[in-house]
Design a protein around this ligand. Structure first.
Ligand code: B12
Length: 492
């Protein structure tokens, strides 16, 4: 049995990093962890081939080779997914589809033979048993949540790792909080379910043995959802594992209350976490109450960001405009907050209501839903009718992007951050990729770029004031170029 695993193409988006990847000669930021995990659950005597269309083309030879196509996607990959399914069907392959896109809207894909929805740990075994018996059904779904201690090590061997900037790994699924716009709890539940420490160390060992030394992203919905297990088990084990090893800094996603726990921040820094993405959403208390983001309320958000930066972690932030209580001054307040915080990567989106969320249910009752989600929450689109009116929201959104990603403001944030940041003490030696990226940045940004003057100011400021952070300064300059290119397309 030949299984062709296909990951459709991402459009150019804020998170695709495609304009930055060219500097490091990489083709995609991360591989498709869902498909790699599913691959490890398939019978070992089945042949598997992965085509990640973000790194290589899906060829006619691939289609001739395959018996069944396994397709995974997020909503943002919808249009490429439709084409992939059509091509597979035209070539006579059976199509099995799973992952977030199909779990959210499988009814829209009539050509797919079998939907294996929700978590594959629960639905795939039944599909495989029915398939072996010659009686596969159309839809497999589950209302339960999987026990991650049964999840196998992803089949990273299917990848050509050098095409990727980062590898991904998962410790937990689910989030204890209840923000009304987020569909994580609908998809993965409130109780964070975790892999065992032994599983995690085995996964890290495996990546290390495969020669990986660059970034690893823990793709948890909220890495600190279960602090006790982190402090007592996982982090001590990773700190020990790290001894004598080089490279492999970690990224992850956390809630802002990380800043309340000095011991946890210290342990994460020691374990090698260098970047955390935090859903900050808004500095407005009333809007935070509106969306149920109670853990962000009644606190000094700027101070919390600074504490995490001091503990050795860059803070990336998610921000939302268009809450019912937002008024015209919100755009300026958000810009001021982001500039002061030194959050370089600020993902700003207009409020959207994903199906299955509390927000979706409320706006449906109020008759305020329109159209379909694009799946990209940073493209200036929404499926809701905002209280402030769509024209004001869209023009305010554009003005925010224009301001935040203009070279002057962007580079000012980089400097604010580098002033505060204490990097983790892990050893991450420079490699050839970074040296190449450095020279390309000098030419593309320093000699030809709109940002040239800011690039050189940061270049020399970092060399004199924070020389250890110089590689980071170059990396952020490259990110800035990507963000500006993406934002320019949304501003027009
Ligand atoms: C890592 C991640 C990313 C990475 C993507 C890296 C990559 N190449 O995959 C980055 C940071 C780039 C990213 C960006 C975005 N992401 Co994202 N991301 C995640 C995250 C946190 C983890 C995904 C993951 O790897 N999970 C681990 C694997 C093992 O789980 P899995 O993929 O779900 O696979 C399991 C099942 O779904 C199933 N399965 C999956 N595929 C298949 C296929 C078959 C055939 C079968 C049988 C089963 C199956 O089996 C697996 C094991 O159970 C998820 C949240 C989450 N917990 O899943 C959000 C998530 C996937 N992202 C989401 C979104 C909306 C986005 C963004 C638009 C912005 C944003 N707000 O985050 C952008 C869009 C991307 C882009 N380029 O524009 C949504 C998708 C919603 C949807 N219905 O599509 C999610 C679910 C988060 C959410 N709030 O809802 N993201």
């Amino acid at each position: 049995m030949n299984i062709l695993m296909v990951y459709p193409k991402f459009p150019d988006t804020f998170w695709s990093f495609n304009h930055a990847l060219k500097f490091v000669h990489k083709k995609a930021s991360m591989p498709p962890l869902g498909l790699l995990t599913v691959a490890a659950m398939l019978p070992s005597d089945w042949n598997k081939r992965l085509v990640d269309m973000n790194v290589s083309r899906l060829t006619d030879q691939d289609l001739e080779w395959g018996d069944i196509a396994f397709v995974s996607a997020m909503v943002v990959q919808r249009s490429s997914s439709i084409q992939v399914i059509q091509r597979c069907k035209a070539a006579g392959l059976k199509v099995v589809a799973g992952g977030p896109l199909f779990t959210s809207e499988y009814e829209q894909f009539a050509e797919v033979d079998h939907f294996v929805l929700n978590e594959a740990e629960l639905t795939l075994p039944t599909f495989l048993a029915d398939f072996a018996a010659g009686t596969p059904q159309k839809v497999y779904s589950s209302t339960e949540f999987a026990d991650l201690s049964q999840t196998p090590i992803p089949l990273w061997e299917l990848l050509d790792m050098k095409n990727y900037a980062t590898m991904n790994i998962q410790f937990s699924r689910g989030c204890p909080y209840d923000c009304d716009f987020c569909n994580i709890t609908t998809l993965f539940g409130h109780r964070p379910r975790v892999k065992t420490t032994q599983q995690m160390i085995a996964e890290l060992d495996h990546l290390y043995q495969l020669g990986w030394r660059e970034k690893v992203f823990f793709v948890d919905d909220n890495f600190i959802g279960n602090k006790r297990i982190l402090k007592d088990e996982l982090l001590p084990a990773i700190i020990k594992w790290r001894r004598g090893k080089i490279g492999m800094p970690f990224d992850t996603e956390v809630s802002i209350n990380l800043a309340d726990d000095e011991q946890l921040m210290k342990m994460m820094g020691d374990a090698g976490f260098s970047t955390v993405f935090v859903g900050i959403e808004t500095p407005d208390e009333v809007s935070l109450a509106e969306c149920g983001k109670n853990h962000n309320r009644n606190r000094d958000l700027l101070k919390a960001v600074r504490l995490i930066q001091h503990a050795g972690m860059e803070v990336q932030g998610g921000f939302i405009i268009g809450f019912d209580h937002d008024v015209a001054t919100i755009f300026k307040r958000q810009i001021e907050f982001i500039q002061k915080s030194g959050i370089i990567t600020a993902m700003v989106g207009m409020l959207q209501a994903p199906p299955g969320t509390k927000l979706y249910a409320r706006l449906a009752r109020e008759g305020r839903l329109i159209g379909q989600l694009t799946g990209d929450n940073v493209d200036g689109s929404t499926n809701i009718i905002p209280m402030m009116g769509i024209e004001l929201l869209q023009s305010g959104y554009k003005s925010m992007l224009r301001s935040l990603y203009a070279p002057r403001q962007y580079y000012a944030r980089v400097r604010t951050f580098l002033r505060e940041y204490q990097p983790p003490k892990i050893s991450v030696p420079l490699n050839r990729t970074q040296i190449g990226a450095f020279f390309r940045s000098v030419v593309r940004l320093g000699l030809m770029g709109k940002e040239a003057i800011y690039y050189w100011q940061l270049f020399f400021w970092t060399l004199f004031h924070r020389p250890r952070l110089f590689p980071l300064a170059i990396m952020y300059s490259i990110y800035g170029y990507h963000f500006r290119r993406i934002c320019d397309t949304h501003i027009q």
